[in-house]
Design a protein around this ligand. Structure first.
Ligand code: PLP
Length: 282
């Protein structure tokens, strides 16, 4: 497997990472996941903008953005994934620092790691829907940053897997925030309702696309706080992410949604989303 590590495309076996890298010791880094629909990275510029924003918020100085896209295409080519539905993972950490100190030095050289991986569409989940659990959101107050520090996400997801549900929908102080790897939106009487952008959720690229699609389709969108107690009153619940696209929730916290039948707005958005990436790729 060919990967990019600190300026070079290397065989994965030849990558050596310092145990003093701050990503290893502190989770001090940011990342992005981008979909490759043959033969294009989808919404690349939006992902790059969010990467820049995450780096800025964590005061990680990195400037070599212009090269990233061409390196990703080179990785696709070298790994023979040109015609495969795939993802790219980009991780930039603050870099290596010795001795270990919580504070960071000026002028550190970030560590850059990128790889691509064949990643099929989540067809069955998109078609039939998934179950979701509910948990309290115990994350820090900067969930708008796409950082590699993901322990609450990891632990909630682990419980999801153990309990046979696909995603955990989090709530904080009685309000819905998002999923461990997804943004969440709700449909009621043909209106799409989703929590507003804030420090409590990731500004998802898919969320942005879906809001744009709704405007085009004439579906009213409302970005507002959503009480946990409202959960039972929605017609549809949708999970949104780069790899999930638009996945319907058919059971939330044991309660059945719309007789376990993915709803019409979900179907419409799935179709439009697919049209969009088909139009932008190949
Ligand atoms: C916590 C969280 N929220 C939302 C998302 C969805 O973001 P995007 O649509 O940019 O993939 C992700 C994706 O990984 C995530 O980790």
């Amino acid at each position: 497997m060919w990967v990019f590590y600190n300026g070079k495309i290397l065989d994965l076996e030849n990558v050596t990472i310092s145990p003093f890298d701050r990503a290893f010791q502190f989770g001090d880094g940011v990342y992005e996941v981008i979909r490759y629909y043959p033969e294009k990275f989808f919404e690349y510029d939006s992902h790059l903008d969010r990467l820049k924003s995450s780096l800025k918020k964590l005061e990680i100085s990195f400037t070599a953005f212009v090269n990233i896209e061409s390196i990703l295409y080179e990785l696709i080519r070298k790994n023979n994934l040109d015609d495969q539905l795939s993802i790219a993972y980009i991780q930039i950490s603050r870099g290596v620092q010795f001795p270990r100190r919580h504070y960071f030095d000026d002028g550190m050289e970030p560590t850059v790691f990128m790889y691509v991986e064949k990643f099929p569409a989540r067809q069955e989940e998109m078609k039939s829907g998934v179950k979701a659990g509910l948990e309290e959101d115990i994350r820090w107050m900067r969930c708008d940053i796409k950082t590699t520090s993901l322990l609450p996400n990891v632990l909630s997801k682990q419980r999801a897997v153990k309990n046979g549900v696909t995603e955990i929908i989090w709530h904080r102080n009685g309000f819905i925030t998002e999923g461990t790897q997804t943004n969440v939106c709700f449909i009621k009487n043909n209106e799409l309702i989703t929590p507003p952008l804030s420090n409590f959720i990731l500004p998802g690229i898919t969320r942005g696309i879906v809001l744009r699609l709704c405007k085009k389709l004439g579906i009213t969108t409302t970005e507002r706080d959503i009480k946990l107690s409202e959960l039972n009153g929605f017609d549809e619940i949708l999970l949104l992410s780069t790899t999930a696209e638009v996945i319907p929730v058919i059971e939330a916290d044991g309660k059945i949604i719309n007789n376990r039948i993915p709803g019409p707005v979900c179907r419409l958005l799935q179709g439009e989303y697919q049209k969009l990436y088909n139009a932008e790729s190949r």
